[in-house]
Design a protein around this ligand. Structure first.
Ligand code: MF3
Ligand code: CO
Length: 254
């Protein structure tokens, strides 16, 4: 069953989403060669707690940190560690915040210093795919409109969409119905209605779509060790189109 949120509930998700966006902006300021992924996680946790919120991911199915931090060929769910970022890396940071009974969820992939052209293209195309998918979210459309737009954009640039992991409904739980695949036909999936709240999160590989999970049971890596990017927003469906709830984030200018 897909929950329909009242306007006051959407505003609570927006309050959590705003904390997520602000945390990712803070992360953007920290990205430089030499910083460890654990230092980034600690800063994210400090910030969320200072907003009188709770990190959604910490303790979720035993996840040990507040952010997922995934470098280069790590797709998602990288566990923060003493690993230092290096010039030329790309790093995906995924953050969830829970406040006043509702979750917000968002992610961004950052270049570390100067990155090669292929990596810069991967980041641009993945971000554009998120935007293209979100643009299709409106009451009366099928969910597949979002999925199809994402896949279309990604594959037209020669990249591939991860199949093993998908986006999700979000609200009082971090993961709710429906699943939001980043692939599929536009006539597939449930009809969207005003008040549905979705986490849309394309995971895009520069090589093949296949991935595997490391023995730590979290870290998801591309099978061919090509680089991978991940951008995510929490959005509400309205009669007139999407309402992005995880703003302002890193891409929102000054
Ligand atoms: N944004 C990811 C998701 O929605 C983050 C979940 S990580 C976990 O699935 F640690 F919470 F599992
Ligand atoms: Co998510």
């Amino acid at each position: 069953m897909i929950a329909i949120r009242r306007p006051d509930e959407v505003e609570r998700i927006r309050a959590s989403g705003r904390i997520v966006g602000a945390a990712l902006r803070l992360v953007q300021e920290m990205i430089r060669p030499g910083v460890t992924t654990r230092e980034i996680d600690e800063e994210v946790e400090r910030f969320i707690v200072a907003q009188e919120a709770r990190p959604s991911f910490k303790g979720y199915r035993g996840y040990p940190a507040s952010a997922c931090i995934s470098v280069n060929d790590v797709v998602v769910h990288g566990i923060p560690s003493s690993r230092q970022l290096e010039e030329g890396d790309i790093v995906s940071v995924d953050v969830g915040a829970f406040k006043d009974g509702y979750h917000g969820d968002g992610a961004w992939t950052f270049p570390v210093g100067r990155v090669d052209e292929a990596s810069a293209g991967l980041l641009r195309v993945t971000r554009e795919a998120l935007e293209a998918g979100i643009a299709r979210a409106r009451a009366g459309h099928r969910l597949g409109e979002i999925s199809h737009a994402i896949q279309q954009h990604v594959e037209s640039h020669g990249f591939s969409v991860v199949r093993m992991l998908v986006g999700h409904g979000i609200g009082t739980q971090l993961h709710e119905d429906p699943q939001v695949p980043n692939f599929g036909g536009r006539r597939q999936g449930p009809l969207l209605a005003a008040g549905m709240v979705l986490a849309v999160e394309p995971m895009v590989n520069s090589g093949g779509f296949e991935v595997y999970t490391e023995p730590d049971q979290w870290t998801v890596v591309t099978r061919d060790h090509s680089r991978s990017a991940h951008f995510e927003h929490t959005i509400a469906v309205t009669e007139n189109g999407p309402d992005i709830l995880t703003l302002p984030g890193p891409g929102s200018g000054a």
